[in-house]
Structures are given as C-alpha cells and as structure tokens.
Ligand binder design. Structure first.
Ligand code: ADP
Ligand code: MG
Ligand code: ZN
Length: 475
C-alpha cells in the first residue's frame, strides 16, 4: 500500500549583520574588505592572549531582528565557546550562544497558495562567522576577512510543511532585513541549514531527520528539499535504505544530496561559557531605545504604501532596495505626497538611471534635493521638463539640484508682465498658427505655447502661461 506522507522542515538561517566593524574587534565588517586578509587583526586571527570586546551594535541589530520576528528579548544574554577544529576557524572554537540566546519564542506568518501558516521561531542567537577557504591548484588558502563578522542565527521550530513555505519564509526574511538595513543579504550573506524529516500523514511522531548544510540559493534549497523528501519517502515506502540522522550536502550539478558526517551532538562541541565575555544585561532603558529605533517592519510599511495609493509593482521595487524606500520615506517626511514622490523616484529617476546604465540602488539624490524639486513643481514654480533636466544633471553628473536650478534660471521668479511680453512676442512671430487657432484648429495652440516655453527656458508655471495665452488669443 502506498502511504501518504507529510514533510516536516525546520530551518537554521545565518544572516550576516550590516555593522561597520566585526563582533569582537575593530576590524571592518562584512562590506569592508577588498583583498583577501585585508581586515584581520591579532584578535580575529586567533593569536594567543587576545581578548574579545563586544560590539554593542550587534546586540542592537540582533534584538531589532528579534522584535521584527515577534520574539521575546532575553534581558540576560551570554556567550559560549563551541569547540571544533577546522582551518577556517583560527581559535579552534567559535563564540556563539547556547544557554542564554538573545531572542526566543517568535512567530512569523507565511502566506503561500496553500494558505497562511504560523512558523514559530525557537530562538535567535548571536555568533561570529568563520573564515573562508579558497582552493586553487594543489593549494588551499585561508581568507580571514570573514572571521568574526557578526551573524545572527534564526532557528525555527519544525513547522514548515512544504518547500514553498520555506522559500516564502526566506524571501520574507530577506526583504525584511534588506529593507531595514539590518543586513545587505547579498549573495552568501544569508545561509541556511535545512532539517528535513518525513512522516505518515496524521502521525504525531516525527521521523528521522537529516540536515542539509550551508545552502545559499533559494532555488537550490527548493530542489534540495524535493530531492531529500523523495529519498526519505522511498526509504520509508520501499526500504531502499535505512535513514540515519546525519549531515548532508547538496550537489548542485547532480541535484542530489550526499552524506557528509554523522550529526554531531552537543557533547561533541564541548560547549562552555566564554569566560572572556561578560554577560550582557539589556535593561529597560536600552530595550526602550532599541524599540524606539526599530525601523518600521516591512509588512506595516507595505501596507502604508498601499494605503497611500502606491501600486503593488512599485511597492515591490521599493521593498527590494532599502535605500530607495528610505529616500521615499524621507521625502514624504519632508512634506511631499507619497504617491507623487513614489512616481518621481520609480518612474522619472528610474528612467534616467536606466538610460545611463545604472540601477535603482545607484540613485544618489538627497531627500532634500528631491523634495525641493517635487515641491517647486507642485507650486507651479518649476515646470516638469526643467525638473527632469535637473534630475539628469544630478544623476549623471552629481549636480546639486538646488544650485543647478538657480544656475539655469529655472526657478527665476517671473511676474506676469514678463510672461505677457513673451506671449506677445510669440503671437507676433507665429501668424500662421494664430490664424489657424482662431479658425478653430485647437492643435495650432501648441506651436505658440511651445515658442513661449522655449523663450522662458523652463521657468514659469506652464498652466498659468497657457491660460494667459488662450486669454490673449480670444481678444
Ligand atoms: P540540534 O540541537 O540538534 O541542532 P535543534 O533542536 O536545535 O537540534 O533543531 C535544529 C533544527 O532542526 C530546528 O530548526 C528544528 O526545527 C529542526 N528539527 C528538529 N527536529 C526535526 C525533525 N524531526 N524534522 C525536521 N526538522 C527538525
Ligand atoms: Mg542546531
Ligand atoms: Zn580583527
């Protein structure tokens, strides 16, 4: 008889935090290094006698991530040493958290085509990353730039039931952390261990689990889960092999998983409290400060954007680039209309960037500069064409928007007598268009209006000029 099986998955997700310096020394953080071993000091390369010094920002970012995932923040949090030997780990132990992790008991809602489910977060702990081994020819090289880069590890309960749920959850974490600047989440900065078991549908008991280590691409995670689940089901259904709890690796080329080693138990790591790091106590005042500085969580932000009339497509673009979302927020805070401002950024600016071969994330205009342009256009003191020219100068040549508008005379205050003089001149030099217009050809107005605008070089309110021109032509 062929049974129906249910997949059970739990995730351990490592996320590199976007800090200026490493977790226990003052070397530059993950985005600093240019060449291998650029950002290394005696502490993070494991020289004897060096002592770790806690980076306060790591605690704040880890707690902030916990708040976003609806966790409780442990007010007393400690570090432990996890011992194992590997060449990318210069101390032969990793400083991590076992007994008192910073966050516990969170909850994330995950929505797929199959419906919405609650994924419980067991804990989030802080730890240091290991270095990187680079293999070439007959040699292997060690790059210590990544040692002691701060990580958080987010551990879920075994609550996922399908690969779709896993990928949706990871996508949610990624845009949440990226849009708030907690992590850059670029290639390799978010890595996942995927724990999988399979059980008969309706059974209460979990099956034997295997753990697929160190997966970075969502697509590979999806494929690995499908392969591994099938392997488990074949073993249970047809007795193809005996399932053992072990660590496996996914091979991208064959699309299969292979056993690496039997799963270590906690005892193998000989964990013990790190005597070199004081327990961290997060008092009420500090926690309040962390809460007050917490960026608006992605879901709330997306909701607010939607309420302001920003389209789903635009929201998706904003969520993928936290600097752009921040620019929009700042421009709104400076008094611009949300929907308008979004269009300026995602249509006007994005168009100019695209033509220049740049990406949205390369947008370098300040919120002050952009809100200045938007407001001037709104007030009718700058026409859209001139605003666009200014944007091009800003984006392509790094011009200052306010100075550029002044230099070009775009924002010159013009009184109606000046406009009148320009209109008179345009009427005089376009007799054909004037007579066509008077004979009922509405379109002929454009030629005269265009001549006015050209003369005014983009200054003046187009609406007002047009009205005045039509008025004049009537008489
Ligand atoms: P360990 O201490 O051995 O790493 P944990 O209890 O920390 O075990 O669990 C590690 C991860 O494995 C968690 O994400 C958890 O949800 C998941 N997990 C535990 N048991 C199972 C299971 N039977 N099937 C799938 N995932 C599991
Ligand atoms: Mg574990
Ligand atoms: Zn260092």
């Amino acid at each position: 008889m062929i049974m129906a099986y249910e997949l059970v998955i739990g995730l351990e997700t490592h996320v590199e935090l976007n800090t200026e310096s490493k977790i226990f020394c003052s070397c530059g953080g993950h985005s600093s290094p240019k060449e291998p071993n650029d950002c290394v000091c005696p502490a993070c390369s494991g020289m004897p006698g060096m002592l770790p010094v806690m980076n306060k920002r790591v605690v704040e970012l880890a707690a902030t991530a916990g708040l976003m995932l609806n966790c409780e923040i442990n007010r007393y949090t400690t570090f432990d040493k996890k011992n194992y030997y590997y060449p990318d780990l210069p101390c032969a132990y990793q400083i991590t958290q076992l007994n008192h992790p910073i966050c516990v008991n969170g909850l994330v809602k995950v929505k797929t085509a199959a419906g919405e489910r609650d994924i419980r977060i067991k804990q989030i702990h802080m730890e240091e990353d290991a270095g990187k081994l680079v293999h070439g020819g007959n040699s292997s090289f060690v790059d210590f730039n990544r040692t002691s880069v701060p990580l958080i590890e987010i551990v879920t309960q075994p609550d996922f039931r399908s690969p779709e749920e896993v990928v949706t959850y990871l996508g949610k974490l990624k845009s949440m952390f990226k849009s708030t600047g907690i992590s850059e989440c670029e290639e390799g900065a978010m890595r996942c261990d995927v724990n999988i078991s399979v059980r008969e549908e309706g059974s209460e008991k979990f099956g034997v689990r295997t753990e697929i280590k160190n997966m970075a691409s969502f697509e590979a995670i999806d494929r690995a889960i499908r392969y591994e689940a099938q392997r488990h089901m074949d073993a249970l259904e047809f007795g193809t092999e005996e399932l053992v709890q072990e660590t496996r690796r996914f091979d991208d080329v064959s699309g299969k998983t292979f056993a690496m080693r039997n799963k270590e138990t906690e005892a193998d790591y000989r964990y013990f409290p790190d005597p070199n790091l004081m327990p961290i106590v997060i008092d009420d005042e500090w926690l309040e400060e962390i809460k007050a500085n917490k960026p608006v969580a992605l879901d709330e932000k997306a909701e607010a954007y939607a309420e302001a009339g920003i389209s789903d497509k635009e929201i998706a673009m904003l969520m993928s680039e936290h600097t752009v979302a921040k620019l929009l927020d700042d421009v709104i805070a400076l008094g611009c209309n949300a929907k308008d401002a979004a269009a300026w950024i995602l249509t006007d600016c994005a168009g100019i960037l695209r033509k220049a071969g740049l990406k949205l994330k390369d947008l370098s205009i300040t919120a002050e500069g952009l809100s200045y342009l938007i407001k001037k256009v709104d007030e009718g003191k700058l026409n859209r064409g001139a605003a666009k020219k200014t944007l091009i100068a800003v984006i392509e040549n790094g011009a200052d928007p306010i100075a550029y508008c002044e230099e070009q005379g775009f924002t010159k205050e013009i009184d109606s007598s000046m406009i009148e003089a320009v209109i008179d001149k345009a009427i005089e030099s376009n007799p054909q268009a004037v007579s066509d217009y008077k004979a009922g050809k509405e379109k002929a107005l454009m030629a005269i209006f265009g001549a006015c605008m050209k003369e005014l070089k983009g200054s003046g309110d187009p609406g007002q000029i047009r009205t005045m021109l039509i008025e004049k032509l009537k008489n």
